[in-house]
Design a binder for this molecule. Sequence first.
Ligand SMILES: C[S@@+](CC[C@H](N)C(=O)[O-])C[C@H]1O[C@@H](n2cnc3c(N)ncnc32)[C@H](O)[C@@H]1O
Length: 371
Amino acid sequence: MNIKMTAPCIFGLEKPVAEELKQMGAKNVTSENGRVFFEGDENMLARANIRSRYSERIYIVVGSFEAHSFEELFQGTKGLEWEKWISEYDEFPVKGYSVNSDLFSVSDCQSIIKKAVVERLKSIYGVEWFEETGARHQIEFSIIKNLVYMLIDTTGAGLHKRGYRPQANDAPLKETLAAAMAYFSRLRPYHTLYDPMCGSGTVLIEGAMLVNNIFPGTKRNFSAQRFEQIDPSVWDEERQLAESLRITDTDFKAYGSDIDENALEIAKSNAERAGVAEYISFERADVRSFKPKTERGTVICNPPYGERMLTSSQAAELIRAMGKAFPQKHGFSYSIISPQEDFEELFGRRADKRRKLYNGMIKCQLYMYYK
Ligand SMILES: C[S@@+](CC[C@H](N)C(=O)[O-])C[C@H]1O[C@@H](n2cnc3c(N)ncnc32)[C@H](O)[C@@H]1O
């Protein structure tokens, strides 16, 4: 069965998402702002859920059409083959969003879509009432510039929920973003990774998982595991395949430090849960006196922001101190995510490359130094 799918992501992560999907064998991979479309079979659906590091979830694309009126929305929705995925007893709640479109009332769209799916399924299953006691098929619609996409969620809890971080410190980085920072830094199995403000350890853990080919979803569940159209053996096969790809003979090493003892304790237990504790050493240290332990190193970090953890003058002072402490020598690269507009001035060096990224709602840049 060929399935059209889409993987939404944080703005700025379309490239790593498209690349990882292609590596997994996805077909017809195309990107637009904040999401990547692709095609594949049931195995690809399971594989994308199990292996994706950078996307937020995996949707089935049931169809798309243009709609300027509620009537067009109703007819367009009713015309789609919902019965391919939704069986007679399945649950099918509806949610979604609309931007820059004639149909802007999300709650009205929601009830019209629900009604249209019900009408469609009534005629298919010959019943008047749906109990919705079966597997949850969350329907999600997106309407952007009057173009409607009708999706079914296959993931459940977002893909950033890897399962290793039940606890985080005050301002944790989203796992998908931390993984992408490691990707953009071109972290390799023969590198040494440093995060001198490691908090709950997300960058170190995602970095270790990336270079050792440990896939984030091998141990968690996904809502499509309950879809009757996908044989349970598909999930078992894909989990086994993902586990078999793990690399075990790397020289990878990571060093995490933080000023906060409590954050370090959390980071250690998160690393253990993620199965990567063997690669990471932790110690309490002030970034102001950062001393790398190796001749070469990849430093990736996310300093505290003025808004959340420090006053803005303290945050600025810390960036100045980092600029002085981080050695400017051959073999060292730095990737630092910050919302601070005058970051480069404070750090004292012009970045070799900048990337716009969002950390939650906060507009940031990844300042990269590698020359
Ligand atoms: C935004 S958080 C990092 C979050 C981390 N990436 C995570 O995923 O949990 C910033 C961290 O910097 C640490 N920090 C603040 N001042 C520091 C300093 N002078 N030296 C080292 N760490 C510091 C804080 O304790 C905090 O854990």
